[in-house]
Design a protein around this ligand. Sequence first.
Ligand code: HEC
Length: 123
Amino acid sequence: MMKISALSLCLAGLIATPALAEGDAARGEKKFEECAACHSLEKDVNNVGPSLAGLFARKAGELENFRYSPAMKRSGIVWSPQTLEAFIAEPQKAVPANRMPYAGLADAGERADISAFLAKTGK
Ligand code: HEC
């Protein structure tokens, strides 16, 4: 009897766990330094990569003053914390033949932190 109730508690815990970890914007700001080598957060300021200002209201490849790869323009992605985290986990797998020279961020918690930071800064 004891064993069974312990098991069902475990299962309830698993089911209640949200699919995405809550990110921490302050940690994300620090981690974003890696991205900032190529990405500005100012509108219309492109670098090696496109500006990420207001990212979570945009479609992939939509800035007119940045030359995207055909792969990025065709990807059909609408940026949200979910799609961003999937993309930066493994950019070449998420959008094959895109031109972002970034290998990927394996740690889901760090990806969530970056999302939280961008959600906070992005208008
Ligand atoms: C070495 C440079 C570099 C680094 C580092 C880098 N990116 Fe990029 N990023 C790019 C380039 C170049 C593109 C355009 C890719 C294309 O058109 O195929 C891009 C595209 C993107 C896009 C698509 C934007 C749009 O307008 O559709 C997002 C989102 C993005 N990067 C997020 C990130 C995040 C978050 C990080 C850090 C974890 C990061 N990038 C690190 C160069 C970089």
